[in-house]
Ligand binder design. Structure first.
Ligand SMILES: [Zn+2]
Length: 449
């Protein structure tokens, strides 16, 4: 069928912005078992025939026979991409940050609170999928966390049964006395993970971070990823403790490795050379493209390296604020990164570091729209830029079809999201700005198949 939607506005992160606006979509609904979708959402193969002002769209030949629907208070935008999430931690819920125990105390909370049983891990991911779809998110870069230090495939399998698309990054730890064991465990998890794509979710590989994965284990990950076409992600340059560990082989992250009985001469030899965390990974960054979560801590030389090697950065604004990183590392340099041509996407990180839900019960969500709104309010960042970061840039980071996150003619849409409550006069001035100013939750109308 052909669907003709007329709304207060339509806007994407590319070239489409019209208020009032229309979409003309060719829609083939998926029949039968589709996976959970929110009320009022269709799962459908959806192709954009036309998008723009009602007059432009009405000109299309297919408009005459289309089924019409009017959404006069809604702004329509493409489905969102959350490029860094930990959906397996959803059951824990938001938790306050304890500045006395800091980042290390927080890691301890995660270690104690996370599920370790496969069925419980899968249930937590499914809940995370619901909260993502409830926030207009249709693509994720999800970290399949290593519960009990063991790489887990359950999060990937649970995600692949959902309507979300994206990458599930198999996480592993491998450093010091645990280096060989960590690589072996990750290797055997990979051996069990066939085929490499299930449903619409590809498998990726995530060496956790420079304080838990040795340079040799990073090299192993890059080799495996290159040989098998796996996407790569890692946490990088997140905290001041990480900088201290990498640069001077000291601080709480070293003490944690000592307490766990992992610290040895090899671990010691790899760090303590005065490098920044990004420079520490220079060799591997020069060999492969990563999805780099956080990068709260970056020098000019670091940014030059990220630019030259074509990396994607996933900025998680609420997570960064939660851990107090701007106060200790300075403001995040995402706008300079964008100016230098670095692909900067947005992520929510885990639900633990999100604020307690204040909306109506049952309407909770995990959404990068809230990250965009924070940046719009705090930094006055260009709303179109924010929309790009939460759609196209996220898709690019995850190796997805970027056009599916725009209303470009012929695009096979990953999703259509409505943001309700638009007053026509305000929407008319600047639809993207209205999306950022409105406080209403996004509503997923269509998710791609
Ligand atoms: Zn993370």
């Amino acid at each position: 069928m052909v669907l003709h939607l007329t709304a207060a506005a339509v806007v994407d992160g590319a070239a489409c912005s019209a208020a009032p606006g229309s979409l003309l979509l060719e829609v083939h609904p998926v029949i039968g078992r589709t996976g959970w979708v929110p009320d009022g959402c269709w799962r459908a193969e959806t192709t954009v025939l036309a998008a723009g002002s009602p007059a432009e769209v009405a000109f299309h030949a297919a408009a005459a026979t289309a089924v019409g629907a009017s959404l006069p208070e809604s702004i329509l935008m493409p489905g969102l991409a959350n490029a860094h999430a930990h959906l397996d931690l959803t059951h824990i819920g938001p938790r306050p940050f304890d500045p006395h125990t800091g980042f290390m105390g927080w890691i301890d909370v995660v270690r104690r609170a996370r599920h370790t049983e496969p069925a419980a891990i899968a249930a937590s991911v499914r809940r995370g999928v619901q909260l993502s779809l409830g926030g207009g998110v249709v693509a994720v870069g999800d970290i399949a966390g290593a519960a009990l230090g063991t790489p887990r495939l359950e999060p990937w399998r649970a995600l692949s049964e959902s309507v979300l698309t994206g990458v599930s990054f198999l996480e592993f730890f491998a450093i010091g006395r645990g280096e060989r064991r960590g690589i072996d465990w990750a290797g055997s998890a990979l051996a069990d993970a066939t085929p490499r794509t299930i449903g619409r979710v590809r498998l990726g590989l995530q060496p956790h971070a420079p304080n838990t994965v040795s340079p040799d284990a990073y090299r192993w990950a890059v080799d495996r990823a290159a040989a098998e076409g796996l996407a790569l992600a890692t946490h990088l340059a997140e905290t001041i403790e990480e900088r201290e560990f990498v640069s001077s082989a000291s601080g709480p992250q070293r003490r944690l490795l000592e307490a766990l009985g992992l610290w040895d001469d090899r671990a010691a030899a790899a760090v303590g050379h005065g490098c920044t965390p990004i420079a520490h990974l220079r060799t591997e960054l020069e060999r492969a493209r990563f999805v780099l979560a956080h990068v709260n801590d970056a020098t000019d030389d670091d940014l030059a390296l990220l630019t030259a090697t074509g990396q994607s950065v996933v900025y998680c604004p609420r997570a960064s604020d939660y851990f107090g990183n701007p106060a200790r590392l300075g403001p995040h340099r995402y706008r300079e990164m964008l100016d230098r041509g670095i692909n900067v996407a947005l992520g929510t990180d885990s639900i633990i570091n999100l604020p307690p839900w204040t909306g109506a019960p049952g309407s909770e969500s995990i959404s990068v729209l809230d990250e965009m709104r924070l940046l719009a309010a705090r930094d006055g960042t260009d709303p179109m830029q924010l929309l790009r970061m939460g759609t196209i840039n996220g898709a690019r980071a995850l190796g997805l079809d970027e056009r599916a996150y725009t209303f470009a003619q012929g695009s096979h849409l990953a999703g259509v999201v409505a943001v309700d409550g638009a007053h026509a006069d305000r929407a008319r001035r600047n639809p993207a700005e209205s999306v950022m100013m409105l406080a209403t939750a996004p509503r997923l109308l269509v998710v791609g198949a």
